[in-house]
Design a protein around this ligand. Structure first.
Ligand code: SF4
Ligand code: SF4
Length: 283
């Protein structure tokens, strides 16, 4: 088999391989990951953004729109770009932003967008892990799957917009082209779903696959051998300085390798009320 073909196959199957390894491994819990997830042998999907490697090309933004048919004037993955310093000593900074697929508060493990949804808890649902074991959970308008993905069910969503207001990161918007629960007067909530349809088939999210600089790394935090687990451990990312708005207590699962402290420099302008990159703007 050619090297190229081997590389393609291993890239496509990396999730299933990692998942199988996780299932076989003794429960090792990365800080910030709920013990119960490991005990139930579900993966805990997470993303690491390596800010040393992002060049602001926005291939991720375009790939996300194409993959998920994100409507005109809306984005699920954006790059905030800022120039810092004074001429001639200036520096460009790029900050990839998306839903953080938050674990939720320490008390109940439910993120604010889910907690406020009047349609949660909703229908009973089943999640099958890599071993074929079924984990039961409750879905809703928006909900947390056992593997940590925060998802929207367009059939259960009634388009009230409460989750859009409740998210401290402003990553949600309405999809003007999909009606909520069949009500023609309401639009559904929309946001990044970590390309669940790809991940469930053992393929990494489209933004990760497209990133030429390998600034985005996706994987299972419950697998100590996964790339994300290794990076979280190596760079000590499970501390407040390496996620966005740690003070909100949402326990984000998008971590940043940020040696130049760009999170603080760039994200200060993105406090609630000033978060509009997801709607009607070219990011
Ligand atoms: S970033 Fe916002 S929408 Fe995403 S899980 Fe956290 S609170 Fe919910
Ligand atoms: S817009 Fe939909 S998902 Fe968001 S809170 Fe309302 S019912 Fe729940």
């Amino acid at each position: 088999m050619s090297n190229k073909k081997t590389a393609e196959i291993s890239r496509r199957n990396f999730l299933t391989g990692a998942g199988a390894a996780a299932v076989g491994a003794a429960a090792m819990v990365t800080p910030g990951v709920k013990l119960e997830a490991a005990q139930k042998k579900a993966p805990r999907w997470a993303m690491v953004m390596d800010l040393r490697r992002c060049v602001g090309c926005r291939a991720c933004t375009v790939a996300c729109k194409a993959e998920n048919n994100v409507s005109l004037g809306r984005f699920r993955a954006v790059i905030q770009e800022e120039t810092t310093g004074t001429f001639p000593n200036t520096k460009k900074g790029f900050l990839p932003l998306m839903c953080n697929h938050c674990e939720g508060s320490k008390e109940d493990g439910v993120p604010p967008c889910v907690k406020i949804c009047p349609q949660f808890p909703g229908e009973r649902a089943k999640y099958k892990n890599a071993e074929g074991k079924t984990i039961r959970y409750r879905s809703g308008g928006t909900y947390k799957r056992p593997d940590g993905m925060i998802l929207v069910d367009t059939k259960q969503c009634i388009g009230c917009g409460k989750c859009i207001d409740a998210c401290p990161y402003g990553v949600r918007s309405f999809n003007p082209f999909v009606k909520a629960g069949g009500d023609t007067t309401k639009q559904v909530a929309d946001k990044c779903d970590m390309c669940a349809h790809r991940v469930d088939n053992g393929v990494e999210p489209s933004c990760v696959n497209t990133c030429q600089g390998r600034a985005r790394i996706f994987g299972d935090l419950n697998d100590p051998d996964s790339a994300v687990s290794k990076l979280v451990k190596e760079h000590n990312l499970a501390k407040a300085d390496n996620v966005l708005l740690a003070e909100e207590g949402t326990d984000p699962h998008v971590f940043y390798i940020d040696p130049d402290n760009m999170l603080k420099t760039l994200y200060t302008q993105r406090k609630k009320g000033n978060l509009d990159h997801y709607v009607d703007q070219i990011p």
